[in-house]
Design a binder for this molecule. Structure first.
Ligand code: ADP
Length: 254
């Protein structure tokens, strides 16, 4: 049932903050099963775009659809999350004093959030989600250890596991490899490619070699609009500025 239909469709979306236009007539089409990377300099509108997709920010103009059925402008952030859009922010927000398992269970949808007592067993659905989540993030050995003992990279993976507990269809990742070691970055690339088998992913990143490893299609944002779209090689060939996003950032300041 992973049909490669429409996952996300934004049509001519503009977002105004007072007199400042953070997104400028932006149209974006992402297919189910795609892993789309969003790149661009600071201030390009990447965060605003993610905020529009999760309902945190409303388009001032234009429309945004999730799948065939969901008009994001008409839904609350909770309804959007329930419909299957999950977002991981850059900074990990795991509960350090709780175990990996407890963190995962706390992230399960409220109706499935069964407390595990000495005598009671987990709700079978929650148990399945837990097992699947743990297997994907490969933290089985840490399941009963406090999350505070995890490395930065492991905390990021735990947080992806917490997202998976909600069984999202579309996963948004905000700079997933920021601050990671090379080995953690490599493992995160593997994880993203595994998730792509049954999820749609939108990844905001600055790390070009990571993007090169995971992505077949890249969208370049600048000043709230799409500057280029294609494979990383294509957008780099078509747009000299894209070769060094840090240069774009420097230019932006001037
Ligand atoms: P990026 O994530 O690509 O760095 P953002 O989406 O955070 O870009 O920001 C795009 C532009 O919109 C920036 O110039 C930022 O200052 C502005 N902006 C973002 N949020 C607000 C807000 N709530 N009020 C006013 N301006 C904002």
């Amino acid at each position: 049932d992973f049909s490669h239909g429409i996952a996300l469709y934004l049509e001519k979306v503009s977002v105004w903050f007072d007199a400042f236009r953070a997104l400028n007539d932006l149209s974006l089409y992402i297919q189910e099963g795609e892993l789309r990377c969003i790149i661009g300099p600071n201030g390009a509108g990447k965060t605003t775009l993610m905020d529009v997709i999760t309902g945190k920010t409303r388009p001032t103009e234009g429309s945004a659809f999730f799948g065939q059925n969901y008009d994001l402008a008409k839904m609350s952030t909770e309804q959007i999350a329930e419909a299957g859009i999950g977002r991981k922010f850059q900074k990990p927000t795991v509960f350090e004093n709780f175990t990996v398992m407890e963190n995962l269970l706390l992230a399960a949808p409220k109706d499935k959030r069964v407390k595990k007592s000495f005598f009671s067993k987990l709700d079978p659905d929650a148990q399945l989600a837990l097992d699947e989540s743990l297997a994907q993030i490969r933290l089985e050995e840490w399941v009963h250890k406090p999350a505070g003992l995890l490395s930065h990279g492991q905390k990021q993976w735990l947080e992806i596991g917490m997202l998976l507990m909600q069984r999202p269809k579309l996963i948004l990742l905000d700079e997933p490899v920021a601050g990671m070691t090379d080995a953690e970055t490599e493992r995160t690339a593997e994880l993203c490619l595994e998730l792509k088998k049954n999820h749609t992913l939108v990844v905001v990143e600055h790390d070009m070699s990571f993007i090169d490893t995971i992505s077949e299609k890249v969208t370049v944002l600048a000043q709230g609009a799409i500057l280029a779209e294609g494979t990383l090689a294509e957008v780099q060939a078509n747009e000299d500025d894209v070769k060094e996003p840090t240069m774009l950032e420097v230019k932006d300041v001037n």
